[in-house]
Design a protein around this ligand. Structure first.
Ligand code: BEZ
Length: 259
């Protein structure tokens, strides 16, 4: 299952970088007119709409009902579905499954890969980007250290994210019938919008699982202390920058190519 329920307004406004960075991944997808494409974890649908501009027939899918509602209101001409990445299925297979910045939330990853494989036509392609090994490691280390220092139990085990290495993810894809043709791990220092409040805003949006059962005062103290730790390396000219590392993959389902 996917872990969180995001706020669609915040996602559109303060976290627009998530889908704006996805433009590079669209170049890898190369959607063609008439192709049937699934956008898995479509959020508020902005990249789904970009795929539709190519003339492909695209369906957006997301775990969050709020995201799907916002996507459907914004792009009424596109078909959107609320579904979970580990259990979805469609009647008609796809030429491609596209997924940007979502699969690191999905556990177990094998279950999502199996669903993706089964959703593809023979020869169909899977084009995805997710957090890779070492993603936001500086942020997570500081957060876990401060949670531990403030007596929060099992701080390390609260980490909800799956950030695989190239080798690990490629092996998983192969094992489940998807043959990787490209895998790339790259650093992407990422501006957290909101100036001085950028890190706190990011934690409010994404970091909830770390703070489960933690009272508001301790939460505030932990965030202040981790900010102090990170300021020398991650705060510059009035803005916070997180140490993102991205994994991009392209893989095909075995069988005759669909194009
Ligand atoms: C990511 O896109 O890499 C990411 C987003 C939120 C939390 C952790 C990682």
């Amino acid at each position: 299952m996917t872990v969180n329920q995001w706020d669609a307004t915040q996602y559109n406004e303060r976290f627009s970088f998530i889908w704006q960075y996805g433009s590079g991944l669209l170049e890898l997808l190369e959607p063609q007119p008439g192709e049937r494409i699934l956008d898995l974890g479509c959020g508020t649908g902005h990249l789904t709409a970009r795929i539709a501009e190519s003339g492909a027939e695209v369906i957006g899918m997301d775990h969050s009902a709020e995201m799907i509602q916002t996507a459907q209101q914004t792009y009424p001409e596109i078909e959107f579905h609320q579904s979970d990445a580990t259990s979805f299925s469609f009647n008609e297979p796809f030429d491609a499954v596209f997924s940007n910045a979502v699969l690191h939330w999905v556990r177990p990853p094998e279950r999502a890969i199996e669903r993706i494989r089964d959703a593809l036509k023979p020869g169909g392609r899977f084009v995805a980007e997710l957090g890779g090994r070492g993603n936001v490691e500086g942020v997570v280390s500081a957060l876990v250290a401060e949670l531990e220092r403030h007596g929060v139990p099992d701080a390390r085990d609260r980490n909800p994210w799956y950030f695989p290495s190239i080798g690990e993810y490629a092996a998983l894809l192969e094992h489940h019938g998807l043959e990787p043709s490209l895998a790339r791990l790259y650093e992407r220092l990422t501006l957290l919008q909101g100036g001085e409040d950028g890190l706190t805003g990011w934690l409010e949006m994404f970091g909830d699982p770390f703070f489960s059962g933690v009272d508001a005062a301790t939460r505030q103290t932990v965030i202040a202390a981790m900010s102090d730790r990170l300021r020398p390396t991650m705060y510059r000219d009035g803005s916070w920058y997180a140490d993102y590392r991205r994994l991009q993959v392209v893989a095909r389902r075995g069988g005759k190519p669909s194009r």
